[in-house]
Design a protein around this ligand. Structure first.
Ligand code: NAD
Ligand code: DAU
Length: 351
């Protein structure tokens, strides 16, 4: 059996943690990382493992069927870990088509390449699609998303991810392609691009810039440390049932305003600032269009069937994350120069 695994989007936030885990934990696997290197893809995220003999990087687009056919023919992958996506809700509001292109057409193209290459010889093959809890829509104050919750996506991002999940399931039901899907809550940790709430606020606190809180800051997210997410993916990839969906979450709900205050508290201590100094940077700005109120995951199935549990308490995970950003100033400076400045201006200066 071939031991090659295709990871798509491995130069992004979650993908880079996934590639690192698989390259180090499974030396018998060859990990091929296919990434287009959009603004969100960064080979610096993989500097520490780029010379490993069982790792190979390929620059390319998941919408390119010929490229995918050639890669499948060359490496005879037994597994696909599909992470590549346009991932930021705010960008999906300004440019929905980019999300349809990569998330819907790209995922469909990858499914076609896997189906053609495996040609019905599905024993020991796995097409694993990494998805999000946002496909389930928005919760009120009560309740949790389970694997049975009906899809109700409300942003162009979540609608494109929901479409991709449907295509993956359609290939399972129609062609028996051996698929697995997981839907995870909000991740945080090292290498998180500073367009997302936590790294954006860490970057702004360091630089004494305003901390933009959308609306009243009452929206709730369920935060999970990224290394716990990729540990769950590892367990599902190797032990999960074909055709099944698993929800992944941390049972760790925070309103945005409480979360940002906790960041401020920890960063004041770490930066030796006066207590309360960073909180003064909090600035309420115009709300995100169609802003989902609350996400919360019920991960009982994953715990009961596969024994996965999150390993880190949030305060500890956030502390580790802040420490990483403080010791990786060069990474942060590199990703926030150039185009990031234009993005930031367009996104925030008129709010
Ligand atoms: P990210 O934006 O940090 O990284 C995406 C990666 O995909 C980048 O390296 C980018 O260059 C690459 N990419 C984009 N378009 C491509 C294309 N057409 N072809 C090849 N590569 C392409 O995203 P992330 O936060 O790491 O999310 C990874 C996956 O996990 C996504 O599918 C996302 O929907 C899902 N997810 C993310 C979170 C989260 O909190 N970040 C939570 C649950 C699920
Ligand atoms: O739930 C999983 C999803 O989590 C993933 O599928 C997405 O890829 C990922 O980006 C994330 O989506 P969110 O929209 O929840 O994450 P974001 O960090 O953009 O925003 C978190 C919350 O903070 C949300 O309620 C909006 C708010 N926010 C965000 C930004 C960037 C602010 O108040 N101010 C900001 O500047």
């Amino acid at each position: 059996m071939s031991k090659s695994v295709l990871v798509t989007g491995g130069a992004g936030f979650i993908g880079s943690h996934l590639v690192r885990l698989f390259v180090t934990k499974y030396p018998e696997y060859k990990i091929v990382n296919l990434d287009k290197l959009t603004y969100a893809g960064n080979l610096e995220n993989l500097k520490d493992i780029e010379d490993r003999p069982n790792y190979k990087f390929v620059k390319g687009d998941i919408t390119d069927l010929n490229l995918l056919r050639n890669l499948f023919a060359e490496h005879k992958f037994f597994g696909v870990l599909h992470c590549a996506a346009e991932s930021h809700v705010d960008r999906s509001i300004t440019d929905p088509l980019a999300f349809v292109t990569t998330n819907v057409i790209g995922t469909s193209t990858l499914l076609i390449a896997a189906k053609e290459s495996w040609a019905g010889a599905y024993d020991d093959k796995i097409f694993y699609h990494i998805s999000t809890d946002e496909v389930y829509g928005s919760l009120g104050a009560e309740g949790f998303f389970t694997e049975e919750t009906a899809y109700d996506p409300r942003s162009p991002y979540s609608a494109s991810k929901a479409s991709s999940d449907h295509m993956v399931r359609a290939f399972y039901h129609t062609y028996h392609l051996p698929i697995k899907i997981s839907n995870c809550s909000n991740n945080y940790g090292p290498y998180h691009f500073p367009e997302k709430l936590i790294p954006l606020c860490i970057h702004n606190i360091i630089n004494n810039k305003p901390l933009p809180i959308y609306g009243k800051g009452e929206n709730v997210r369920d935060w999970l440390f990224v290394e716990d997410h990729v540990r769950a993916i590892d367990v599902i990839f190797h032990k999960g049932k074909v055709g099944e969906t698993y929800n992944i979450g941390g049972h760790n709900e925070w309103t945005n305003i409480d979360l940002v205050k906790e960041l401020c508290r920890q960063m004041d201590e770490k930066l030796g600032r006066e207590k309360g100094a960073s909180e003064k940077l909090i600035t309420y700005v115009k709300d995100r269009a169609g802003h989902d109120l609350r996400y919360a995951i019920d991960a009982t199935k994953l715990k009961n069937e596969l024994g996965w549990l999150p390993s880190l308490q949030f305060e500890e995970g956030i502390s580790k994350t802040i420490d990483w950003y403080l010791s990786n100033a060069e990474w942060l400076n590199d990703v926030t120069s150039g185009n990031y400045q234009n993005y930031y201006q367009q996104q925030y200066e008129k709010r």
